[in-house]
Write a protein that binds this ligand. Structure first.
Ligand code: FAD
Length: 392
């Protein structure tokens, strides 16, 4: 590759990098995505595809998710490739009176923030599907939640960006970077290029890209497993999670057996458009390894059968694990980076990167353009970790 110049270099061709590429190219910037493998070869193809507000902390987090849901609805109309977009809402189900009480509080707080939440009782669950376990007490619903095929949405965002002139350098790994006023020089295994703007969209690898300029980015891989079953009966028409998922996500203590607690397993159940079920999930800090752990698989299967006894009859067709880019406060980093001019970070979305890809892409394009952002990004700034001492 000869040294060439691009206005905006996006490092990482996952869903976040492609969303940044789409909105930035649409805004008129000349964009190049640099991806070490294929598009969506990282976490964006090792996940499920929920665009959720139901599991977001009420307030800033849930309102940002609602905004992103609206943008994904618009993308379904404007992007060139369909991406299996559906908007059936989603539900959380409760096993105990304590969970029902916590669910009431959750619904109350979300409604105060203007989100379309409601409580569900036993009859609502029966009407939802006859396959849920009989002893469940009720749950809650968020009506706006939607679902996509994350792999297809990534490619569709890229195709959209390409129609506005964006370029892709795939199978090209960024190995080093330096700032030489007024531009960045990016070294890759295929040669060098220069850029005016950098957007670090490298997910769990964002810290390694940051380190090239001594920018500390506190993101850590949090592993999650998913099982795929072929659909033999229509067990559930839409996304269902157990209430304990919220406790696992935000780090609370649950009343479950030792292994379920150890692997952070909580039921997440998603019917896909292709007539399969995705069943998860687990949460572990296990480095960058995405190998399958059979103990986790068995634990997820048990959890699934506890909520859907009928699943015991169904065939598993595959399983996989991926790495959520975790930050300690569960919010992504969508921010300028330190003292480097025109360097942005869009990473650290943990289990919400599909949900938040659209709003992230839009906001970064606005930061590049120097215009008012669609949401307040103060809570997403990198330097919030400095205040907490995580960057020293
Ligand atoms: C089991 C599981 C279930 C999930 N379910 C959901 C869900 O239902 N809803 C939801 O919203 N989120 C979900 N997530 C989270 C979501 O998948 C992630 O937050 C999202 O995919 C992160 O996207 P990304 O673009 O930031 O990272 P990635 O998709 O990992 O993209 C980063 C890219 O950077 C590239 N890269 C790295 N280093 C370099 C380099 N040196 N040079 C060039 N390129 C480089 C990588 O190859 C990679 O393609 C789930 C995650 C898991 C693990």
């Amino acid at each position: 590759m000869k040294t060439r110049h691009t206005q905006v270099a996006i490092i990482g061709g996952g869903i976040v990098g492609c969303a940044v590429a789409y909105y930035s190219a649409k805004a008129g910037f000349e964009v190049t995505i640099i991806e070490k493998g294929e598009l969506a070869s990282g976490t964006s193809s090792h996940c499920d595809g929920n665009i959720l507000a139901i599991d977001k902390e009420p307030g800033f987090d849930s309102k940002m998710s609602l905004k992103s849901q609206q943008l994904v609805g618009e993308l379904a109309k404007e992007l060139p490739l369909p991406f299996e977009y559906r908007q059936p809402g989603s539900i959380l189900v409760c096993e105990t009176e304590e969970e029902m009480e916590a669910a009431h509080q959750w619904v109350k707080r979300q409604k105060e923030e203007g989100l379309p939440f409601r409580m569900l009782d036993r009859t609502d669950l029966k009407n939802e599907t006859k396959y849920l376990a009989d002893d469940l007490l009720g749950g809650l619903e968020c009506a706006t939640d939607s679902t996509v095929n994350p792999y297809l949405l990534t490619y569709s965002l890229y195709e959209g960006a390409k129609s506005y002139g964006a370029k892709l350098l795939k199978n090209t790994a960024v190995s080093n970077m330096r700032y030489e006023y007024p531009e960045y020089r990016i070294e890759t295994d295929k040669g060098e290029l220069t850029a005016t703007y950098i957007v670090n969209c490298a997910g769990v690898w964002a810290p390694q890209i940051g380190r090239m300029l001594d920018i500390k980015i506190p993101i850590f891989p949090r592993k999650g497993h998913l099982l795929v079953a072929s659909r033999q009966v229509p067990v559930s028409p839409r996304k269902v999670m157990e209430f304990g998922y919220l406790i696992t996500k935000f780090g609370g203590k649950r009343q479950v057996d030792e292994e379920t607690e150890k692997y952070g397993v909580a039921l997440v159940f998603e019917p896909t458009q292709s007539q399969n079920f995705l069943m998860g999930s687990s949460r572990e800090f296990a480095g960058y390894d995405i190998g399958i752990n059979w103990n986790v698989v068995k634990c997820i299967a048990r959890r699934c059968v506890r909520f859907y006894p009928k699943m015991a009859d169904m065939n598993l067709i595959r399983m996989y694990a991926g790495l959520r880019p975790w930050t300690e406060d569960h919010l992504p980093i969508v921010s300028h980076a330190g003292h480097y001019p025109n360097y942005f970070i869009a990473a650290g979305h943990e289990g919400d990167g599909i949900s938040l890809s659209a709003i992230t892409g839009k906001v970064i394009s606005e930061l590049i353009a120097g215009v008012k952002t669609s949401i307040d990004i103060e809570p997403l700034r990198l330097d919030r970790f400095k205040k907490k001492g995580a960057l020293v």
